[in-house]
Design a protein around this ligand. Structure first.
Ligand SMILES: Nc1ncnc2c1ncn2[C@@H]1O[C@H](COP(=O)(O)OP(=O)(O)OP(=O)(O)O)[C@@H](O)[C@H]1O
Ligand SMILES: Nc1nc2c(ncn2[C@@H]2O[C@H](COP(=O)(O)O)[C@@H](O)[C@H]2O)c(=O)[nH]1
Length: 210
């Protein structure tokens, strides 16, 4: 009883658990994330990654990503500034220690939107997040979403689809993700995402009240 009480106190002091959101490019991670950040203002904080890819129309430096050169990114990695990094579809991506600390310092739930290589690398750290994968209903639906998004060259699109095939196979392993959500109907997928996060959301909301 007393131990249970102590463990509750320690887990509250440790702050909310971070969330890793992964899944094939085009599955709908950003779409779901935007809904979550909008509905739960002041509860979640997005871990802003670094990337060497060029900004898409409407994306902002310091909001969607920190857009950097390959040289800057490599120097940062060599300097130990990143908790994980990966090469994806011809570009580098990485989560800096500062990106996660910025969110955690505000006692918010830190959300990392990262690829499968990132997931495997985060598993070697002491971050201990909840791992969630967002999957498309099929590869065909994924390809249509990526084509309709009109953000990728044919080369980048094919690389993303190749990575998606591997990710979708790996995601079937029972020990990688805590929660697996098929984003077919958006509202249904969003409901499942909220259900998976409700314990952490409540923790932050209660901490704000006290
Ligand atoms: N349930 C859905 N049904 C139909 N289209 C969807 C659904 N969810 C998202 N989309 C659309 O699919 C496209 C890809 O979604 P989104 O950009 O959120 O994917 P992502 O997983 O974040 O991709 P990336 O990893 O490349 O950033 C977008 O144009 C989005 O509007
Ligand atoms: N390992 C990491 N993967 C990341 C990071 N930031 C984003 N990503 C993943 O890259 C792909 C492509 O993203 P896009 O914005 O170019 O479409 C996607 O799967 C993201 O989840 C990161 O810091 N580390």
């Amino acid at each position: 009883m007393y131990m249970k009480f102590l463990s509750r106190i320690f887990s509250a002091m440790a702050g909310p658990r971070p969330i890793v959101l992964s899944g094939p490019s085009g599955a709908g991670k950003s779409t779901l994330l935007k809904k979550l950040l909008k509905e739960y203002d002041g509860v979640f904080g997005f871990s802003i990654s670094h990337t060497t890819r060029k900004p898409r129309q409407g994306e902002e430096d310091g909001k969607d990503y920190y857009y950097v050169s390959r040289e800057t990114m490599q120097a940062g990695i060599a300097n130990g500034e990143f908790i994980e990094s990966a090469e994806f579809s011809g570009n580098m991506y990485g989560t800096s220690k500062a990106a996660v600390q910025d969110v955690q310092a505000k006692n918010l739930i830190c959300i990392l939107d990262i690829d499968m290589q990132g997931v495997m690398n985060i598993k070697k750290t002491d971050l201990k997040p909840i791992y969630i994968t967002i999957l498309p209903p099929s590869l065909e639906a994924l390809e249509k979403r990526l084509r309709d998004r009109k953000t990728e060259s044919e080369e980048s699109l094919q690389k993303r689809l190749d990575a998606a095939r591997v990710d979708m196979e790996l995601s079937k392993q029972p020990d990688i993700f805590d929660v697996s959500i098929v984003n077919d109907d958006l509202e249904n997928a969003y409901r499942q995402l909220k259900d998976a996060l409700i314990a952490e959301i409540t923790k932050v909301q209660n901490a704000k009240k006290s």
